[in-house]
Design a protein around this ligand. Structure first.
Ligand SMILES: C[S@@+](CC[C@H](N)C(=O)[O-])C[C@H]1O[C@@H](n2cnc3c(N)ncnc32)[C@H](O)[C@@H]1O
Length: 397
């Protein structure tokens, strides 16, 4: 089965489901009502606006800059700059699957927030801090290293929360809080393929330093999934394109391009196999080491088709609240700004219904740029029409 290359357009016509799909998952995830799709949102490329920081932080940034050569200047260097611009926050706020799930999780659980001390890890515009203050928190500490916090300060004042929310500009790992402990941590740390940006490290740091025993983290569960996809038209358009560019062979670029996972919307009809969980995280207990993982997988085709790559997506849950909720970034659910992340294969696998491909997928932060992800795929397939035994490396940057 072939699917259209105009994936975002095709997707517009999909019936967006409100119900959590039946996946191999052990916690209830409900996508909130009224979270409409917004096809106008786009990922904002990492920019390089000047970030205002303390002298000490500027020093650290300069030092880091000297450590990396020009070709390695990727997300590591531009990370906080990228969050300084309002457009990336607009994209996140307009993702109402995301934002409304946080709002519901907080506002429908006022009993948890009443008179409690809250820490917002990476507050951005201050949206989660203001939800927490509205829910009755005694005080909220909102931390962000990006200069967007200057706008957050004005927003907090304008909305009458200046006495309830203290904004602290700096890296969570480098600041001191005026309190020794917090009752609840709220944070939106998830990146593409769940772990891109490595911001969960920061939440783990904050949890271990400040969260009281039996404290609460919003959200507290995350699961990453993978499935096989038929996506021939996009593969041809993105990668095979380089075979003949105005009559020239530009395949050296194809060889690089295919090692970079693609963040895009996948038509749910393109999914050829079952989806399997490859990482389950309990944010209350996980360690930094758990974020480097290798998982075995076995994916069985549910129809005769081709596998051109593997799609990954994630789900998050707020399970410590009165009635657990969550959201999914799956292709068959509503659009989110995370879309899906696809690992395309150089070779196409011809698969028959019932046949399985298996292997191991590994993922770890890149050694030089820890906000990038190095992904390894060992793939084995023996089918009626094709065989495959390969090790492939990708880098999400
Ligand atoms: C994905 S945004 C979420 C913003 C906001 N909480 C929301 O939900 O709209 C993550 C924010 O965390 C900040 N951030 C990431 N790592 C940080 C760190 N180590 N220390 C302080 N801020 C950090 C970024 O600058 C960014 O503004």
């Amino acid at each position: 089965m072939e699917t259209s290359s105009k994936r975002s357009v095709e997707c517009e016509g999909e019936a967006a489901s409100n119900k959590r799909p039946a996946l191999a998952n052990d916690h209830a995830i409900i996508v909130p009502d009224g979270a409409d799709r917004d096809e106008s949102v786009h990922h904002v490329p990492l920019g390089n606006d000047e970030v205002e920081t303390t002298g000490e932080l500027n020093q650290t940034a300069k030092q880091k800059e000297e450590d990396v050569s020009a070709e390695d200047r990727t997300s590591k260097d531009y990370y906080f700059d990228s969050y300084a611009h309002h457009a990336i926050h607009e994209e996140m706020l307009k993702d109402d699957v995301r934002t409304k799930t946080y709002q519901m999780a907080i506002m429908d659980n006022k009993h948890l927030f009443q008179d409690k001390i809250i820490l917002d890890v990476g507050c951005g515009t201050g949206i989660l801090s203001m939800f927490a203050a509205q829910a009755g928190a005694k005080h909220v500490y909102a931390v962000d290293c990006s200069s967007i916090i200057d706008q957050a300060r004005k927003i907090v004042e304008r909305n009458g929360f200046a006495d309830k929310i203290t904004l602290i500009k700096g890296k969570v790992e480098e600041i001191d809080l005026p309190v020794d402990h917090v009752d609840i941590i709220v944070s939106e740390w998830m990146g593409y393929m769940l772990l891109y940006e490595s911001m969960l490290d920061t939440v783990i740091y904050a949890r271990d330093r400040w969260l009281i025993p039996n404290g609460i983290i919003f959200p507290d569960k995350a699961v990453l999934f993978m499935a096989g996809v038929e996506d021939g038209s996009v593969k041809r358009e993105r990668f095979d394109y380089w075979h003949d560019v105005y009559g020239f062979d530009m395949t050296p670029i194809k060889e690089i391009a295919i090692t970079e996972p693609v963040v895009d919307v996948i038509d749910p009809k393109a999914i050829v196999t079952n989806a399997v969980p490859i990482l389950r995280l309990d944010i209350l207990t996980c360690k930094k080491e758990d974020l480097e993982f290798t998982a075995k997988f076995r994916l069985q085709a549910h129809r005769d088709d081709y596998i051109h790559g593997f799609v990954t997506y994630f789900e998050c849950a707020f399970s410590q609240i009165h009635k657990p909720i969550g959201f999914t970034t799956a292709p068959f659910a509503r659009y989110t700004h995370w879309k899906q992340t696809i690992l395309y294969l150089e070779d196409t696998i011809t698969v028959c219904a019932g046949e399985s491909c298996e292997g191991e997928i590994s993922c770890q932060p890149n050694r030089r740029n820890p906000r990038d992800l190095d992904i390894g795929l060992n793939l084995r397939f023996k089918g009626r029409y094709s065989n495959c035994d390969k090790s492939i490396k990708f880098r999400l940057r």
